[in-house]
Ligand binder design. Structure first.
Ligand code: SF4
Length: 465
């Protein structure tokens, strides 16, 4: 394993040819270490004469936790692939995959409706839609024919990747026959069925989950056996016991497995599966079961569930699961930004206000949402503050009168010609820039509210100026 650009540089051709998009091999090496570029982007190293160096460097750059792919084409989901235990030490790379379940004893109409609901569930948040990743099909019938029919129906309804769930190898074989071309994840091999499941895995070349509840020695020994048999497309399920003292034990098991993998134990360095649903709880109290499933899913999103099979599809269960995932897997090295520039909200005219904000995505979308939901037509100016919010950017010098003037000039927007009022509205938290912005731009400057939720009330009293 290598950790510095200098070590990676030694394996590169060293010609500084620029074909990777970088001016020097050293610059490219730095991108390899932070994984913002892939080794295959250095086309010269793919030539035969560098084959050995390529293979050596490729192995040295491989993440500690193996990366496993589920699905095919543009919907493929990658899990695992991490190098660190703590996000601030680098970042977490592949967000955990959320697979919501259906079962093969469902009425066909209900099955299709549930699959569509899961597939279409989305929430707009900070410039992106949060969505879910997979459908897990459980065999509750234990009947190969019924399972195959359910898999077929799900595949006719969605392109999402699948998890095929049964401990019966014949049931899984029937499902695989239908889904063999879309690289589903099998769930699961255990101490009783592992030989038959291993045969399936090798025959169909698909990823598989190994299930050894609360027995890490067995889990490791199964992973070692599967690797020796020729597959490393493995996911480890150490069992999820969602309540009481056993939840603590589960939590410790997840940490033990991940710590061992990150610290170099290759035999157990695979993605981890969590299954947070509590069926017995659902029987007595479905609402509490959904609530608790979400709590447990959140715990294992933080540490270290790379993939989960989930059951509850109520918005109050799915939204927190998606949000905590988005938070944990946001790259701490990159501020979340929007492109700087002038945005039109609604259908602004020459009489509409010009509001200034920063290009920190959370600020921008909060302001944009407060304006658009109140049907205010305006120009919204996202100044490049390197992704820093208003108050901190004013304090840190990323939001200045000169920056605002430069932003205006670069956007091509002419306050005098394109508006009837030659006025800029600064956020309340940037009030101290008022005089400087007036001097720098020659525009009138009004101070808006500190909280964008108050823009509608402010508009009533202050607009037109
Ligand atoms: Fe160096 Fe390869 Fe980039 Fe060329 S393409 S500059 S050889 S890293």
């Amino acid at each position: 394993k290598i950790n510095s650009p200098l070590e990676a540089y030694k394996y590169l051709p060293g010609t500084n040819c620029g074909e990777c998009g970088e001016q020097t091999c050293m610059a490219f090496a730095a991108h390899l270490i932070d994984r913002s570029k892939d080794l295959t982007e250095c086309t010269p190293i793919l030539e035969d004469k560098f084959k050995k160096k390529y293979e050596e460097l490729d192995a040295l750059l491989a993440p500690e936790i193996r990366e496993v792919e589920i699905g095919v084409g543009e919907n493929v989901v990658k899990i695992g692939g991490d190098d660190v235990l703590y996000r601030h030490k680098l970042t977490f790379f592949n967000q955990n995959a959320l697979a919501y379940d259906v079962w093969d004893t469902m009425d066909e109409k209900d099955l299709v409706e549930r699959v569509k609901y899961i597939q279409d569930f989305k929430k707009f948040y900070v410039g992106n839609f949060l969505t879910v990743d997979m459908i897990a099909i459980r065999s509750t019938s234990d009947d190969p024919k019924k399972f195959a029919a359910a898999v077929k129906k799900v595949m006719e309804t969605t392109d999402l990747p699948l998890v095929l769930c049964s401990f019966n190898p014949e049931v899984l074989r029937a499902g695989l026959e239908v889904a063999k071309d879309i690289n589903p994840l099998l769930y699961a091999a255990n101490k009783d069925n592992w030989k038959e499941i291993a045969d399936l895995v090798l025959e169909y070349d698909v990823p598989v989950t190994l299930f050894a509840p609360d027995d890490l020695d067995l889990l490791k020994s199964m992973a070692k056996t599967f690797a020796e048999m020729g597959t490393e497309k493995l996911v480890l399920d150490p069992g999820t016991f969602p309540t009481g003292e056993r939840l603590r034990k589960t939590f410790n098991n997840f940490i033990k497995v991940r710590r061992a993998g990150i610290e170099g134990d290759r035999e157990i360095a695979y993605p981890i599966m969590a299954v947070p649903f509590t069926a017995w709880m659902a029987h007595d109290d479905p609402v509490s079961a959904s609530y608790w499933e979400t709590v447990v899913a959140s715990v294992f999103t933080v540490k270290y569930g790379d993939i989960m099979i989930l059951h509850s599809t109520e918005p109050y269960a799915m939204l927190p699961e998606l949000h905590i995932r988005d938070t944990i897997y946001t790259d701490p090295r990159k501020p979340v930004t929007v492109d700087p520039g002038m945005y039109e909200v609604g259908e602004p005219t020459k009489d509409s206000p010009v509001l200034v904000t920063t290009n920190f995505a959370l600020t921008y979308y909060t302001v944009e949402s407060d304006i658009s939901s109140n049907k205010i037509d305006c120009y919204l100016w996202a100044i490049d503050t390197e992704g820093i919010g208003v108050e901190a950017a004013v304090a840190g010098g990323q939001l200045t009168a000169d920056k605002i003037k430069k932003g205006i000039e670069e956007s091509g927007f002419d306050l005098k010609k394109d508006t009837s009022h030659n006025t800029i509205v600064l956020p309340g938290l940037a009030a101290r820039l008022q005089g400087d912005v007036e001097d720098a731009t020659g525009a009138n400057v009004l101070i808006g509210p500190a909280d964008s939720g108050r823009i509608p009330g402010w508009m009533e009293k202050n607009w037109p100026p």
